[in-house]
Design a protein around this ligand. Structure first.
Ligand code: FES
Length: 136
């Protein structure tokens, strides 16, 4: 596996399909459940997450001030309050917190939990045989 100067895995470009670029991020075994890491895909850095057995791919750029959101050490949940102001733990193992200013994002939807108008885009990621494929 090739590594970038920053130590990130480098994806391999494949033949395009339907006019869209495709990249092999690695083997499915490289992205076990609960794992996330940044992969260099062409000129972009993309965070690949395995959340409860489903793969997600988000740009490593926080919409707030471009922080490396996918380089967060771990994926966790968050606290919210119900109508009676009782704290509740939600989105367990589905939330990434940007290391720069702490904004939290729900990985499966890309939604910022603090601000409804902020959302991270998501890339298409799929498993083909044993390969994790990103489509741009
Ligand atoms: S840059 Fe991510 S929270 Fe500010």
């Amino acid at each position: 596996m090739r590594k970038s100067a920053e130590g990130f895995r480098v994806a391999t470009e494949l033949e395009p399909e339907d006019g869209r670029k495709r990249y092999r991020a690695g083997a499915l075994a490289d992205f076990p459940e609960g794992h996330h890491e940044v992969v260099v895909v062409g000129a972009r850095q993309i965070g690949v997450f395995n959340i409860k057995g489903t793969l997600y791919a988000l740009p490593n750029i926080c919409p707030h001030q471009t922080g490396p959101v996918c380089e967060a050490k771990r994926v966790t949940g968050t606290l919210t309050a119900d109508g009676d102001h009782k704290p509740q733990w939600v989105y367990d193992n589905e939330v990434v917190q940007c290391p720069w200013h702490g904004l939290e994002y729900h990985v499966p939807t890309g939604q910022c939990l603090a601000y409804e108008h902020i959302k991270i885009r998501r890339y298409r990621v799929e498993v083909s045989g044993d390969d994790v494929i990103l489509r741009m």
